[in-house]
Design a protein around this ligand. Structure first.
Ligand code: ZN
Length: 191
């Protein structure tokens, strides 16, 4: 049985797709991650979270914060392995921000871990960092299940952990897309 942390595991649950995809940025790619399909299977997701938990076991934190939507379930599962850690999530605020709603609060000086399902540009992680900072709390580390960033280093100074790093995923502006040139139908996997 796959213990998690592999592309084969993601492919098996429909979380790793190959085809011709429209990204939210407007660019096209031949690869798409739908990590919700992994979260759909708590038994499978738990193995990934256990691997992340082992990597981050030495990080001190009293709360795990996940940016909605993709970070909510992973943050909850990681917090469950670190009692009495709390599990919170950020969601869309005014403009292009993320905020804590629903009565969620952090204490000044509190140390938190941010968890996201997949890291691409890191923009949702950055918005969660900003939301944490608004309470005077600090981010001790960041964890992701899949790092598909095209950059070799993260923009943050805190430790960054990822269960699976996938390199070499290409994307193109529509006019340069080789799949468009071949006439392959474009799909939006999240719809
Ligand atoms: Zn295309």
């Amino acid at each position: 049985m796959d213990q998690g942390g592999t592309l084969a595991d993601l492919r098996d649950v429909g979380a790793y797709l190959q085809g011709h995809f429209l990204l939210t940025t407007g660019r096209h790619s031949d690869t798409f991650f739908l990590l919700a399909r992994l979260a759909e299977r708590p038994d499978r997701l738990r193995r990934w979270i256990s691997l992340l938990h082992e990597q981050m076991a030495d990080i001190h934190a009293s709360a795990i914060v996940g940016p909605a939507v993709g970070g909510i379930i992973p943050a909850y599962q990681l917090a469950a392995l670190r009692p009495p850690c709390r599990a919170l999530f950020t969601e869309k605020g005014d403009g292009d921000t993320m905020v804590f709603r629903r009565g969620f609060r952090l204490d000044p000086g509190e140390s938190v871990i941010i968890v996201e399902d997949a890291m691409t540009t890191g923009s949702s992680i950055q918005k969660a960092i900003d939301a944490v900072g608004a309470y005077g709390a600090s981010v001790a580390a960041i964890g992701t299940l899949v790092n598909r960033s095209t950059s070799n280093k993260t923009p943050w100074s805190v430790p960054f952990y990822s269960v699976l790093t996938v390199k070499g995923i290409q994307n193109w502006p529509p006019e340069d897309c080789p799949l468009c040139h071949k006439g392959e139908p474009l799909t939006k996997p999240k719809q």
